[in-house]
Design a protein. Structure first.
Length: 123
């Protein structure tokens, strides 16, 4: 069955999708951990993508399935977290857009059932 989700990273004209087959529910928290660990590389799309993917596959590095990297979205298209490197933003599904650093500090990263208010900007 699976617990599918994606992180979509947009860097200028380039887009990459980081896919998980089994850890989609935890993906908002996994992303937060990666952003905290890679805080010095938030503006470098190549490194940021690798840092995020490394956090996603942590403990499953030798597996042949369960994770993927693609230029187009496949499975898990109902749950997508979008990162825009140029604008330094993250958006969980179709909810409001957060600054990357604010998302890293968010107390409860999760998939959105309803809009939330950012404690940093009040929107």
């Amino acid at each position: 069955m699976g617990d599918r989700a994606n992180i979509k990273i947009v860097d200028g004209n380039s887009t990459v999708f980081l896919y998980t087959h089994n850890t989609g529910t935890e993906l908002p928290k996994i992303l937060q951990n990666a952003l905290r660990r890679g805080e010095d590389r938030l503006e470098d799309g190549q490194y940021l993508a690798r840092i995020i993917f490394s956090e996603m596959v942590s403990g499953f590095e030798d597996g042949l399935t369960g994770f993927g990297i693609s230029s187009v979205i496949g499975d898990g298209d109902k749950r997508v977290i979008t990162i825009d490197v140029e604008y330094q933003t993250v958006q969980v599904q179709n909810d409001r857009v957060f600054p990357l650093k604010a998302y890293a500090d968010w107390r409860l990263p999760r998939w959105m059932d309803k809009p939330v208010i950012c404690r940093h900007c009040g929107k």
